[in-house]
Design a protein around this ligand. Structure first.
Ligand code: ADP
Ligand code: ASP
Ligand code: MG
Length: 412
């Protein structure tokens, strides 16, 4: 029988009532003749609570134990979903990541899925089970330890299962009815897109649009998974929501198709480091080893052989970054006068594949921000995106102003 993957995010399984509503959706697909793999997130708020408990216990925690704790929210919803389906007389059982097994790397808290052998679940389908409910976000490392895939990782679990089982489609049920031109929660004029290209979705996700985890889009693109985002709160037709698909499948497109933001950015500046060959490697090597995700980098002009080096990273990695740089300084690998962390910044980005062939997007973006009196602290560009780091208090204003400036409320 054809396989369908259905993923339900945290708000869609936040209460037993909502789990029942989601289970009914699953029942509809089972009745159509699909064998269904349901991927569940933890109940909304649950993972944050678990992350908080780990932080209270151990600020620079052992990542293996972090994973053991934060993966547990999904175990609860997987069991509850299986029970709910059984109550509806749908043959179902739950699977934790290690039982499938979802084999991952050992990069705890940011593990990558390497392989999902389908045999165990396929055998159960052959015996008459109609729904495999799998705990999202988690897997098992080669060392046999529980891993997690990074925040929002259940999306990636879902796409990886769709690829491994050659599913007809991967439906991501969430609390909005599709992918919008920007987060509809901070911009009233945000418009739902019927389709969005993999490349654009990839950029939007990596720049902060949390509707899909970046890695899930990467996998969908690589394995050509038919990926759809839709609401778990509304009755759904077969063409509801947003289809994430190849560029060629989209007829019309604006130059800019989306504005993304990331609230949790920090700007770190190393004051007065020696401007010599190898200095960047001496700074960013230890940061990478410490697991700090450095994003934007600026090296200021140097004076008398010294320079300032600025970079951005997620706010929750500031402690790690400071520790790694302090240690490098103590070893004598780098020398700096001061390390200043500004945790009151946010990143706002404009994304569109049309930028490849149209110039003037950066100019329009900078002009718009300047008209609003927003100062730009750092700029980064790539072929299809422009990002700026600004004071966090202007973030929503900037998103709304850019949405207006690029006329994203109107379709192409
Ligand atoms: P889930 O718990 O279902 O995984 P998430 O909270 O991770 O849901 O993702 C859905 C949220 O993503 C929405 O509620 C919305 O606020 C946010 N979001 C950010 N950018 C966008 C966008 N461009 N389109 C749709 N939603 C977006
Ligand atoms: N529960 C995890 C999180 O909140 C994974 C997910 O929901 O996708 O990040
Ligand atoms: Mg999510």
């Amino acid at each position: 029988m054809p396989v369908l993957v259905m993923k339900f995010g945290g708000t869609s399984v936040a209460t037993t009532d909502r789990i029942r509503r989601a289970a009914k959706r699953v029942g509809v697909e089972v009745a159509k003749g699909y064998d269904v793999i349901v991927i569940v997130s933890a109940m909304s708020g649950e993972t944050n609570k678990l992350v908080g408990l780990v932080g209270e216990t151990s600020p620079l925690y052992d990542a293996r134990e972090y994973d053991a704790v934060v993966s547990s929210g999904e175990n609860v919803t997987a069991g509850l979903m299986a029970l709910t389906l059984q109550e509806m007389d749908v043959p179902a059982r739950s699977w934790q990541g290690w039982q499938v097994p979802v084999k991952t790397t050992s990069a705890h808290s940011a593990a990558r899925i390497e392989d999902i052998p389908p045999d165990n679940i396929t055998a159960k389908f052959a015996e008459g089970m109609r729904v495999a409910v799998v705990a999202g976000f988690q897997g098992i490392s080669p060392e046999g330890r529980i891993t997690t895939l990074g925040r929002g990782g259940s999306d990636t679990t879902a796409v990886a299962f769709a690829a491994a089982f050659d599913a007809e489609r991967c439906d991501i049920y969430t609390d909005v009815d599709g992918v919008y031109t920007t987060d509809p929660r901070i911009c009233d004029k945000a418009r739902r897109l019927d389709r969005i290209a993999f490349e654009e979705m990839l950029e939007l996700a990596s720049l902060g649009a949390k509707v899909l985890q970046t890695r899930s889009v990467e996998l969908a693109m690589r394995y050509n998974v038919k990926l759809r985002v839709l609401s778990s709160f509304e009755e759904q037709s077969d063409d509801a929501g947003t289809l994430v698909c190849a560029e060629e499948e989209i007829m019309e497109s604006n130059v800019v198709n989306g504005i993304a933001y990331s609230r949790d950015e920090a700007k770190m500046t190393l004051i007065s480091v020696a401007d010599r060959p190898g200095i960047a490697a001496a700074i960013f090597g230890p940061l990478s080893e410490a697991g700090v995700n450095v994003d934007m980098i600026v090296q200021n002009i140097s004076e008398e052989g010294r320079t300032d080096m600025t970079f951005s990273c997620p706010t929750d990695q500031v402690l790690r970054a400071e520790k790694a740089l302090q240690e490098a300084k103590e070893r004598g690998d780098i020398n700096y006068h001061d390390l200043v962390a500004d945790t009151n910044v946010a990143k706002v980005s404009a994304v569109g594949i049309g930028m490849r062939s149209q110039s003037g997007v950066a100019a329009r973006m900078f002009r718009t921000l300047s008209d609003e009196g927003v100062n730009i602290k750092v700029i980064a560009t790539s072929e299809i995106k422009i990002s700026v780091l600004i004071d966090r208090k202007y973030m929503e204003l900037a998103v709304q102003a850019l949405h207006d400036a690029f006329e994203l409320d109107k379709s192409a």
